[in-house]
Design a protein around this ligand. Structure first.
Ligand SMILES: NC(=[NH2+])NCCC[C@H](N)C(=O)O
Length: 376
């Protein structure tokens, strides 16, 4: 029998005057605090069709053979050195860096319907969505990522205790009804089709980017229409969510397809996005077309990357001018300069086998700014 809560119990509500530690309305306001992912315990993800549908068939077969094994030190080593360099760079810029707990992602876990091992917590961008002072745990479609946000709970509880709003979207069941049976990735000349049904709402945070009251999303193999509708209803009429058409046949995460870099400046992937198909409200924006990525010669990196070649777009804005970008992709560095930005070259090429680059590896928890409208 629980004793009635006495009024003397301390409230967890912060003083009304306290600023929320979570405040991020767009991709470019001056960055004050960021969460950076971790590589420890990274485990090769399962060969569930929702995972392997995003990579070539041969890569999916290879992954099936290695699923559940720890990533080899040959891949972890170079990535760790580069990740340490990114943390040092962010701190040298006066940005507070927070980290999730290290986790043994090889441990098995289960729900009433299935069991799996984990994957990694290298990319906080994928599982946590920050909208203003709210941090949302997103309903991920990969079973191996089901409990990924648990490694961030110390941070989430700290943010909540200090005034942030903390929400978890409906936990999905991820049963077979969510996935199209016998799914086959469509060829370039075939109509687009997605592996997800509309059985329940699922979405990754990384399928969304923010421009104040306007958010942009790509429907993908981890984000279905019901997931987009759930967020639209959750955020209410103060926000607009625009769906961006992408011709990528293995769609997952918007941040190598469509990236708003500053007010009125939009970076697009020329092979996935047709400028004529952009929302009418973006007509006044400068559309910056990403240059071809610089070739990567390292065979091991090419074979083990979980991403396409357009990680040169996966940049992190420090403010409206300064942008952390991949040193290897010199074409993008020069283009950013031409467009009036100040690129800060940094190395993260070896993070691709773990899911991405700078935007993926980070979560901008607090930027100095307010909720604005940047579109008519
Ligand atoms: N937030 C992320 N993990 N983004 C990674 C981008 C992955 C994208 N599907 C690509 O192939 O480039």
């Amino acid at each position: 029998m629980c004793s009635p809560r006495s009024s003397s119990q301390p409230s967890t509500d912060p003083p009304a005057t306290q600023q929320s530690p979570v405040n991020s309305h767009n991709e470019w306001d001056p960055l004050e605090e960021v969460v950076v992912g971790r590589l420890e315990g990274a485990t090769i993800p399962s060969d569930h069709p929702v995972v392997t549908c995003n990579v070539p068939t041969w890569a999916g077969r290879l992954q099936g053979l290695a699923a559940g094994m720890r990533y080899p030190s040959r891949l972890i080593g170079p990535a760790q050195d580069e990740l340490d360099g990114l943390v040092e760079l962010l701190q040298s810029l006066g940005i507070t860096v927070r980290r999730p707990e290290p986790v043994d992602h090889k441990r098995r876990f289960a729900t009433p319907d299935w069991s799996s091992r984990g994957f990694c917590n290298t990319c906080p961008r994928d599982s946590l969505l920050v909208i203003g002072d709210e941090i949302i745990e997103t309903p991920m479609a990969w079973p191996c990522r089901y409990f990924e946000t648990h490694s961030y709970r110390r941070l989430l509880k700290d943010y909540f205790r200090r005034g942030a709003r903390w929400t978890s979207a409906p936990k999905p069941q991820l049963t077979d009804e969510l996935f199209e049976p016998e799914f086959r990735t469509p060829a370039e000349d075939e109509p687009m089709r997605y592996i997800l049904t509309e059985f329940e709402p699922v979405f990754d945070a990384a399928d969304f980017v923010r421009a104040g009251r306007d958010l942009f999303v790509t429907r993908s193999n981890v984000t279905n229409r019901m997931g987009i509708d759930w967020l639209r209803r959750h955020l209410g009429p103060e926000y607009r969510i625009h769906e961006i058409a992408s011709s990528c046949r293995t769609p997952m995460h918007i941040d190598t397809t469509f990236m708003p870099l500053a007010p009125g400046k939009l970076l697009i992937n020329p092979t996935y996005v047709n400028p004529d198909d952009l929302p009418e409200a973006l007509r006044s924006w400068d559309v910056l077309v990403a240059p071809e990525p610089d070739p990567i010669d390292e065979r091991l990196l090419k074979v083990t990357s979980m991403c396409g070649k357009w990680l040169n777009m996966n940049v992190l804005m420090v403010d409206e001018k300064r942008v952390i970008a991949e040193r290897h992709h010199t074409g993008m560095l020069r283009a950013l300069e031409r467009w009036g930005f100040e690129p800060i070259p940094c190395d993260l090429l070896h993070y691709a086998p773990f899911g991405g680059s700078f935007h993926c590896a980070t979560l901008d928890v607090r930027r100095r700014g307010t909720l604005e409208s940047y579109l008519p």
